[in-house]
Write a protein that binds this ligand. Structure first.
Ligand code: COA
Ligand code: ZN
Length: 299
């Protein structure tokens, strides 16, 4: 049987939150709609954080109000405190993705929290989400390295995942926010999370800042992770991480996986067209390899 890998498209959130362009709400909605037409079934559509901290996500309420609810796409909202969770529920997010943080330096600057404070915040927010009957996932930011504090000690990511599991989170994403992981440490971290939090599903989130993005995806797939975050065009990055660059490009990930015989449910040629369209609305080129080279064999 063909192994299915689910792609979570993060372009409309991770992708746009730090992009120099300033898309209008209707351009964001068009982006989301075009991605849905490619067969994407889970997508981060916005983030309910302070509009002062992340101005590019300030219209997330309007984005969620405008998304087409009939496409079958699960629109995910990012949140990291009670206000954000309540706003996401109000906006009728289909899923809430809560941000935990593995490093103190980044945690303070990004969300004003230490790693333990982010876990405590999740414990306080989870009942609100459960009460609203919305699926709750969590992503552990800087799980492979903090731009201010360096390496993350063994056990920190696992400990956070265990607390997420106790809070009733069904899926934990491990995020290489600043693109410092290598494929071998990816396997080690995944094994660590499985040991500490055996009941959660795993998702992996990589940025291709140092050229290891796709190798890290490979390592996660080999370690039997079935859900991968990726961003159309390979845009993205965190405003609170100096020098941060984009996520692995969705089309590059889909190409690699489908070529190897995995099934993603995403139409690669349509996705490449969206990436091309994206360049035109962003007004700059995107890092995607498939957009430059095209697929193979050609259709
Ligand atoms: N949505 C909108 N506004 C919010 C908010 C939310 N989820 N949470 C807090 N605020 C507002 C408060 O109302 C308050 O506004 P005021 O200054 O006008 O009174 C202000 O933000 C400070 O509130 P406070 O509760 O003290 O929060 P904080 O200053 O500790 O900030 C975060 C916490 C998480 C809201 C903030 O650090 C943030 O938005 N970070 C963004 C991180 C991010 O998105 N990174 C990229 C993705 S990982
Ligand atoms: Zn990211």
């Amino acid at each position: 049987m063909t192994r299915r890998i689910d792609i979570v498209e993060v372009g409309p959130r991770d992708g746009l939150q730090n992009d120099p362009s300033d898309l209008t709400t209707s351009q964001k909605l068009e982006f989301i709609e075009r991605l849905a037409e490619c067969g994407v079934r889970r997508m981060e559509a916005g983030s309910f954080v302070s509009p002062k901290a992340v101005p590019k996500m300030a219209d997330s309420d309007a984005v969620f109000a405008g998304v087409d609810r009939k496409t079958g796409v699960r629109h995910i909202a990012l949140a990291m405190n009670e206000t954000g969770v309540r706003r996401a529920i109000e906006a009728e997010a289909d899923e809430i993705n809560f941000v935990l943080v593995a490093g103190e330096g980044f945690g303070r600057r990004n969300q004003g929290m230490s790693p333990q404070e982010s876990a405590d915040k999740l414990a306080a927010c989870a009942p609100i989400v459960h009460e609203a009957n919305i699926p709750l996932s969590a992503t552990i930011a800087v799980a492979f390295g903090d731009p201010f504090d360096g390496d993350i000690r063994d056990g920190v990511v696992g400990g956070l995942a265990a607390q997420a599991q106790r809070a009733g989170v069904s899926e934990v994403g491990i995020a290489d926010t600043i693109g410092v992981a290598d494929p071998w440490v990816v396997r080690t971290r995944i094994e660590e999370v499985r040991m500490y939090a055996p009941d959660v599903y795993l998702r992996a989130h990589f940025h291709d800042t140092r050229g290891t993005g796709l190798a890290n995806v490979f390592a996660a797939i080999e370690a039997e992770v079935d859900t991968i975050d990726a961003s159309c065009g390979g845009i993205g990055g965190c405003p609170f991480a100096p020098g941060a660059t984009g996520n692995v490009a969705t089309e590059d990930v889909v190409y690699m996986l489908e070529r190897a015989g995995f099934e993603t449910g995403v139409d690669l040629s349509k996705l490449i067209s969206v990436s091309k369209w994206l360049e035109s609305v962003l007004g700059h080129s995107v890092p995607s390899a498939l957009l430059k080279a095209g697929s193979f064999p050609s259709a």
